[in-house]
Design a protein around this ligand. Structure first.
Ligand SMILES: NC(=O)c1ccc[n+]([C@@H]2O[C@H](COP(=O)([O-])OP(=O)(O)OC[C@H]3O[C@@H](n4cnc5c(N)ncnc54)[C@H](O)[C@@H]3O)[C@@H](O)[C@H]2O)c1
Length: 345
């Protein structure tokens, strides 16, 4: 299968690229290389004859048309997005431009190409989205595929907008789409502005570990390589027009997650232990959703997918990876905004 992956130099996109090439698929990685991108993320496969890279911006429609014509993909996996909630609070415009308008361009470029090909029914436009579109849960309940959308941050609103466009392109034009809404990912190659790498790298440096609010916000954590595996399954076997929620079956409060990472650090890097002495509660993010939880019954029952690692195993591997891969993350600390408190409103 020839897959056009957008955002393949980012965290999750690169996991998809690495796994797809290892499984023998041809991959065209389309990425604008924003602050969040890193071509080192795909270094393990970039010498493969199955791999191609196109530096392009999804806001640039003529370039998208040229890339479709040049590579003639069988399927599209659309992950390119602005992805950091805190940045969306400080600068929402980029989120609307890339996540809404960029996704619109991708849909139109894909539709033109698909029409030109004679509307093959095995073509797929797989749109990768987030559980954040569903809003915030109380102490109980889980998001299903029929939970009404209730986005509460500029990021989640922009992703919700793109999800609606994708469904509309299926209903109106018949474009064969599938959607996935996934919970919080963590793992190797995670850009060092997100919670898990911030905790590891601050613990390593003996710096304060900031925890927003009371630390009681609950997320459902999924190891990124399990997510990539689920995404390849959905693009191959998912039913057209359908969406699938993907979760890790690993709910944890932020503070429990942070303490678990500190415990792994104590074990793997005893200098500076106990690392949880560095934890500091800082003012909360405005509009911070309290709890997300995924009901993964559809992808489990229809497609037979389950996560392969527990959060304990995945966090251990992740801490080990950051300790072993300083050359990957050290240069990223100099990028704009990294290490600063963003999104205070
Ligand atoms: N990180 C999570 O926990 C999570 C969970 C569920 C869903 N998602 C979704 O998965 C996708 C990937 O998330 P991620 O965490 O890997 O993000 P990321 O920020 O690590 O990577 C995004 C990639 O998209 C590229 N990009 C951004 N704007 C672009 C543009 N205009 N044109 C072309 N490329 C552009 C960037 O250069 C970067 O390589 C996103 O759509 C996100 O909404 C993320």
């Amino acid at each position: 299968m020839k897959i056009l992956v957008t955002g393949g130099a980012g965290f999750i996109g690169s996991a998809v690229v690495r796994l797809a090439v290892r499984r023998g698929h041809q991959v065209v990685n389309l990425d604008a290389l924003t602050y969040a991108a890193n071509l080192d993320n795909v270094a393990p496969v970039s010498d493969s004859e199955l791999y191609r890279f196109e530096q392009a911006d999804i806001r640039d429609r003529p370039t998208l048309d040229r890339i479709f014509a040049r590579h003639r993909p069988d399927v599209v996996m659309h992950l390119a997005a602005e992805s950091h909630v805190d940045r969306s609070i400080d600068g929402p415009a980029a989120f609307i431009e890339t996540n809404v308008m960029g996704s619109f361009n991708m849909l139109e470029a894909a539709r033109a190409y698909w029409t030109d090909q004679g509307r093959p029914q095995d073509f797929r436009f797989h749109h990768i989205s987030t559980d954040e579109v569903f809003g915030s849960l109380g102490k109980t309940g889980q998001f299903t595929e029929t939970t009404p959308y209730d986005p509460r941050s500029p990021y989640s609103a922009s992703k919700a907008g793109s999800d609606h466009l994708v469904r509309a392109w299926h209903e109106t034009y018949g474009l064969p789409v599938v959607l996935t809404n996934c919970s919080n990912n963590y793992g190797p190659y995670h850009f060092p502005e997100k919670l898990v790498p911030v905790v590891i790298l601050n613990a390593l440096a003996g710096r304060q570990i900031p925890v927003y609010g009371d630390g009681g916000n609950v997320r459902d954590w999924l190891y990124v390589e399990d997510h990539a595996d689920a995404l390849l399954l959905v693009v191959e076997k998912g039913r057209v027009g359908r969406s699938y929620n993907i979760g890790g079956e690993n709910e944890a409060t932020n503070i429990d997650l942070v303490r678990t990472i500190c415990a792994h650090m104590d074990d793997l890097h005893p200098q500076g232990a106990p690392h949880d002495r560095l934890i500091a509660f800082v003012p909360d993010r405005p509009g911070h959703d309290r709890r997300y939880a995924i009901d993964p019954a559809r992808i489990r029952d229809e497609l037979g997918w389950r996560p392969s690692v527990t959060v304990e195993q995945g966090l251990r591997r992740t801490v080990e990876w950051y300790l072993d891969n300083r050359d990957w993350w050290q240069p990223l600390l100099a990028r704009d905004g990294v290490g600063k408190r963003l999104g205070t409103g």
